[in-house]
Ligand binder design. Structure first.
Ligand SMILES: Cc1ncc(COP(=O)(O)O)c(C=O)c1O
Length: 397
């Protein structure tokens, strides 16, 4: 064929790889569209009569394979068949799910101490679409039930456990049971735990979302999210919303996520061991007034955490003696730990919530939920724990 084509055409022509069908590692399908052998094949795939890919916003082999892998992890051992949709970010996973299931006039029942971006999405974007946001105290099941009974528009209960940044632990099974009783959907943001630590679907939750940007990727080199469910009858509805909103994940980020997941079990166990040791050190330090970590026996959420979490995770937060200035001073003194507005990477990261992730959350709401000016959040890495502890020891002096 090359003899018949001009050199310009040969430059442009795509060569097909018909030989290598079984690469050891998942290939990155860096293509916006898929070519067809003939018009009949195209028509069959477009009509859904045959499996196949047409356009990467609708589906892409790299993206879809990784989505199914994460869904399988979330459903592992539960007996459920789950599916997943990878999205362009954790925020788009939450947005697409809500836009797909809710309409104007519906309400979401949620907690006040969510990731700040989620609170903003609810209060600034979903509210504009006519979706109401109702907050209540998720430590109190009676309050949740009373709120449901007095607000007939509630369709969805959305929560994070442990929450960001005060690690409030919510009883997943009890909330799921209550939601079922009243015919409501439930969604848990499982970003902090990953399925290695906690599996909300197995406790009766309908939808799980993640910012896979965090622990699932683990290396801080991709932004993506995922929606997971086992409700087969909603698969098409959610998939169609994602396709039309266009918040699809790209194959490069999906591939990086896949790479990270291979060490997920090892990482989550080490993150949790290190976090427990750092929490114990901080808990005994004279300049620390409070440590939020569910692994500490005296933590008010310890018993709930033990029933639903395999380990206690890598996230903790603590209040230094003093005010915002003292907290910032301590953070500036840390020599090894990195100040970065993310979490779940292999290295230890610190963040001052009131000047970053929770800056736009109302001060009164922050204070009522323990997000104080002197609070420091730590995403404890997988380094040698003595190096992390030594860094905090010298900074707290
Ligand atoms: C718990 C939680 N959920 C969702 C998000 C949003 O994720 P992304 O930044 O991937 O959109 C974040 C981001 O920090 C988060 O911490």
């Amino acid at each position: 064929m090359s003899k018949k084509l001009s050199i310009q055409t040969l430059c442009v022509k795509e060569y097909r790889d018909d030989k290598h069908k079984t690469p050891h590692q998942l290939p990155i399908y860096a293509t916006s569209s898929f070519a067809f052998d003939d018009i009949q094949q195209s028509a069959d795939i477009f009509a859904g009569n045959k499996d196949g890919f047409v356009y990467s916003r609708y589906g892409n082999p790299t993206v879809d394979i990784v989505a199914q892998k994460v869904a399988d992890l979330e459903a592992y051992g539960t007996g459920l068949n789950a599916y997943g949709f990878l999205t362009s970010s954790g925020m788009s996973a939450i947005s697409v799910l809500m836009m797909s299931l809710l309409k104007s006039g519906d309400a979401i029942l949620t907690q006040e101490d969510l990731y700040g971006g989620t609170t903003e999405l609810f209060n600034k974007v979903l509210v504009q679409l006519g979706i109401k946001i109702i907050y209540c105290n998720f430590d109190n099941m009676d309050e949740i039930e009373h709120t449901i009974q007095t607000n007939r528009d509630i369709r969805m209960i959305y929560f994070e456990t442990p929450s960001n940044p005060v690690l409030r632990c919510i009883d997943i099974y009890k909330v799921a049971r209550l939601a079922r009783k009243h015919g409501l959907w439930t969604c848990v943001d499982n970003t902090f735990c990953t399925p290695v630590i906690q599996q909300p679907l197995g406790l009766g939750i309908d939808f799980v979302v993640h910012s896979t940007t965090k622990y699932l990727n683990g290396h801080g080199n991709s932004i993506a999210g995922i929606i997971i469910s086992h409700h087969e009858k909603l698969k098409n509805q959610i998939g169609t919303s994602l396709k039309l909103i266009g918040a699809t994940c790209n194959p490069w980020d999906a591939w990086l996520l896949n790479n990270g997941i291979k060490t997920l079990c090892l990482r989550m166990s080490k993150h949790s061991d290190n976090a427990l040791q750092l929490a114990q050190f901080l808990n005994n330090h004279a300049n620390v007034v409070k440590v939020n970590y569910n692994g500490l026996a005296e933590n008010i959420y310890h018993d709930v955490a033990k029933t639903q979490m395999k380990y206690f995770g890598g996230m903790l937060s603590f209040e230094v003696q003093g005010n915002a200035k003292t907290a910032i001073h301590v953070m500036n003194k840390l020599k090894y730990c990195t100040l970065a507005p993310t979490l779940g990477d292999v290295d230890t990261l610190i963040l001052h919530p009131v000047t970053s992730s929770h800056l736009r959350v109302d001060k009164k709401v922050r204070e009522a939920n323990g997000i104080t000016d002197n609070l420091i959040r730590v995403s404890v890495g997988i380094e040698a724990v003595e190096d992390i502890i030594n860094d905090f020891e010298q900074a707290l002096k």
